[in-house]
Design a protein around this ligand. Structure first.
Ligand SMILES: [Zn+2]
Length: 91
């Protein structure tokens, strides 16, 4: 996960990585206003500022890190592992 393209496939709040998904568009500047399957943030709204990203993440983890769309949750999902995906600048 070292190139910039891959970074665009990661939810800034929870670190969810998706092969074919770009929360903020392929240019990283065109939010989709979709909701993250995992933390439920609305891309382009709840994650528009670093402050927003951090407070959403905090609230989400404090409330048990529940999946917004549990059907996408993988069997051996690990919150800790997923959080490692979050790009440096959004931690
Ligand atoms: Zn998320």
């Amino acid at each position: 996960m070292n190139n910039s393209k891959n970074k665009l496939k990661i939810c800034r709040v929870c670190g969810l990585y998706s092969e074919e998904y770009f929360p903020w568009g392929e240019d990283g500047e065109s939010p989709t206003y979709d909701f993250c399957f995992c933390c439920g943030v609305e891309f382009g709204y709840g994650d528009a500022t670093l402050e927003g990203v951090k407070s959403w993440r905090k609230k989400w983890i404090e409330s048990g890190a529940k999946w917004h769309d549990p059907e996408y949750k993988t069997e051996n999902w690990s919150l800790e592992e997923q959080l490692k995906n979050i790009p440096e600048e959004y931690r």
